[in-house]
Each structure stands twice: as C-alpha cells, then as structure tokens.
Design a protein around this ligand. Structure first.
Ligand code: 9D3
Length: 230
C-alpha cells in the first residue's frame, strides 16, 4: 500500500515512520510512504501556505490552492482505490473499523491540517473524508497522520510477523471498539519487588489459563473501559 503525506513539516515523519513495524513494512516493500512539502506547491516567492480567515478571528488558515496543486501533482488523475483524507480536528472519529476499511484501498493521500484550520474548499471539493483521531486538541494533523499510517499498515497482509495477531488485538474483535480489552500480561521474573505474577499462568494448564485471561480481560475492561461493555 502506498501513503502520500502532504505537510508543512516533512521532517516530522522521520521519527514515527522509521521505527518498528512501519519501518520493517517499508523495507519489505509492503508499504511505501512518500512525503511532500506543501511549500513546494506555492507559486509566490515567499512560499505562502496560509492566510488570515475571512470574517476575522484568531490564527491563520491553510490556503486551498497549494493543497489542490499538490494533490493534482501527486495524482494527476485520481483512480479508484486512491483516497484523499484530510486530518483535522473537525473530522469524524478515526477508529479500528475505519482503519480496516482504509486498509482495503490501494493508496491514501493524507493532508495534514495546521494552524487554526484548512480552507473549507479542501474538505468540500478535494478530500474524500475528513478525519480526527480523538476529542483533544493537537497542534496539527502530522501526529494524526502518523497514527493513521501506523494503524493501517499493521493490518496489511504480511506486515506483522504473526499473520494472525492483528485479529486478537484489543478492539480488533468487532472492529467497532466493542468487545473487551486485551488481557493483562506478565513476564519473568515471576516475582518482582514482592509482586507476583498470577500462579495460574505458570502452571501449564492451558484451559485454566484461557479462563483466567478471559476473566482478567473482562475485569480490566469494566474498570478502565466500561463504555465498551454497553
Ligand atoms: C478554537 C478552536 N481551535 C483550537 C484551539 C480548533 C482547532 C484548530 C486546529 C483545533 C485543533 C487544530 C489542529 N488539529 C488538527 O489539525 C488535528 C487534530 C486534532 O486537533 N485532534 C484530533 N485529531 C486531529 S487530526 C488534525
């Protein structure tokens, strides 16, 4: 799968996309990520990407034209399986079921919002979807784009060492954030600072272990995520 990122901070992505599973997926050729500097698509000598909002108010707004020119340059004719996503605080909420749907596309182009927002004509006439990653205020869409790419990339065939493990993640069960959280885990040593790992996990009785884990997952879900049990 190919991801195109449009951003005013291209260097931002050196961190999140060059480690761990996403890095290995890129090295294996399963995922391709291309980063595009929005300023390269400006035409004035100051390379202006933003301007003041019509009607007044705080902050600056990303201009429509550089974003349209960028998308039209990256994808001169948009084909099926090529989706443009605008990351913005006003978008609909990203979740695992959306990630599953996005993983079926061939290419995604992520536009990272910044400043007070993006000219609405981008959402109305360029983007297929406008996406937020949660109810909190970020400084821009870059972190959100990294979250989307990480979440989608690990769903792609061959990306995880264990083909089946994505299916057992928290939230993956139903794809709607329903079901239970993952069960808690322990590793060696069996006793750390006086705190013991549950004996049942050490006794080799796999039926008992299965029951314990399901119970522990339920209790933890009730305690930390009661919303998932409704
Ligand atoms: C006055 C209201 N503004 C915040 C003080 C609105 C606002 C503008 C721009 C809020 C955030 C942003 C920048 N955020 C994003 O571009 C963004 C975002 C987010 O803030 N939360 C969750 N997901 C996303 S995706 C992009």
């Amino acid at each position: 799968m190919r991801f195109e990122i449009l951003t005013i901070f291209p260097d931002f992505f050196r961190g999140p996309l060059e480690h761990g599973i996403v890095r290995r997926a890129r090295e294996a050729g399963l995922v391709e990520v291309n980063i595009h500097d929005l300023r390269a698509f400006t035409k004035d000598r100051h390379r202006t990407v933003d301007d003041r909002p019509f009607g007044g108010g705080e902050g600056m707004v990303l201009k429509a034209e550089p974003i349209f020119l960028a998308v039209e340059s990256i994808w001169p004719e948009r084909a099926a399986g090529q989706k443009v996503l605008l990351l913005s605080a006003q978008g609909c909420m990203f979740d695992q079921s959306m990630a599953n749907r996005l993983a079926d596309e061939r290419e995604l182009l992520l536009i990272c919002g910044r400043y007070e927002g993006v000219d609405e004509r981008v959402a109305e006439h360029l983007a297929d979807d406008e996406i937020s990653i949660g109810n909190y205020v970020l400084s821009g869409g870059e972190l959100a784009a990294a979250v989307v790419i990480d979440t989608v990339a690990r769903l792609l065939p061959g990306v995880l060492g264990n083909e089946s493990s994505a299916a057992f993640d928290s939230f993956q069960e139903t794809g709607h954030g329903e079901g239970f959280l993952d069960c808690p885990h322990w590793t060696r040593p069996a006793e750390f600072r006086g705190w013991k790992a549950p004996d049942v996990l050490l006794n080799g009785n796999h039926e008992e272990i299965r029951r314990f884990r399901r119970q522990a997952a339920m209790e933890k879900t009730a305690r930390l995520r009661p919303d998932l049990l409704k």
